[in-house]
Design a protein around this ligand. Structure first.
Ligand SMILES: [Fe+2]
Length: 186
């Protein structure tokens, strides 16, 4: 499971109903709207591993901090069957933001959390945010295969999904060629 917001009881119920097991909850970052469902998920699947980058660990609160394991850049998991998922540390929105690349063999999917949205990037004006780190993270994401499909943490535009190539062509934050130009965006 990538992120565990509130309101996931239906998903958890379906996993149980169809005899799936939740092995791992991996967090794109520690903001409340991505973590409020963790306790409920762990109640249904107590053996599930909880993973977050150390940069955001303190966001979890004492109870969950002791259970959490650390994500690091370049870490790889078997996601399901032969599908592999790799961790890309992309600070900027928060210090511990990560994106997860799911390699399906033909292209791939990138869970971007709050680092990239369709048409923009995550805000950097909250605690721990950094324009410098965000600019570097966006350059890192731009190196991925252009056919990679982006799955964003929120949907602020009418578009549901699109490729990295489309995003690089249309997203002002992705198009910014310098830190200065990123900082000048509204
Ligand atoms: Fe966030």
């Amino acid at each position: 499971m990538v992120d565990a917001p509130s309101g996931i009881s239906g998903i958890l119920g379906d996993l149980s109903k169809y005899s799936f097991r939740l092995d791992r909850i991996i967090l794109t970052h520690g903001h409340f709207d991505h973590v409020l469902g963790i306790a409920e998920a762990l109640k249904v699947f107590p053996a599930a591993e909880l993973m977050i980058h150390p940069g955001d660990l303190e966001e979890l609160g004492d109870k969950l901090i002791s259970k959490a394991k650390q994500l690091s850049d370049g870490m790889k998991f078997k996601a399901a069957g032969s599908i592999e998922l790799s961790v890309i540390h992309t600070p900027g929105h928060t210090p511990g933001c990560c994106c997860f690349l799911m390699n399906t063999g033909s292209g791939g999917f990138l869970f971007t959390g709050d680092t990239v949205f369709h048409g923009t990037c995550g805000r950097t004006d909250l605690d721990g945010g950094s324009n410098t780190a965000m600019f570097a993270s966006l350059q890192k994401i731009k190196q991925l295969p252009p056919e990679t499909v982006l799955l964003t943490g929120h949907q602020y535009s009418r578009k549901f999904s699109g490729t990295l190539a489309e995003e690089i062509a249309s997203n002002d934050a992705m198009k910014a060629s310098s830190l200065d130009s990123l900082e000048q965006l509204p």
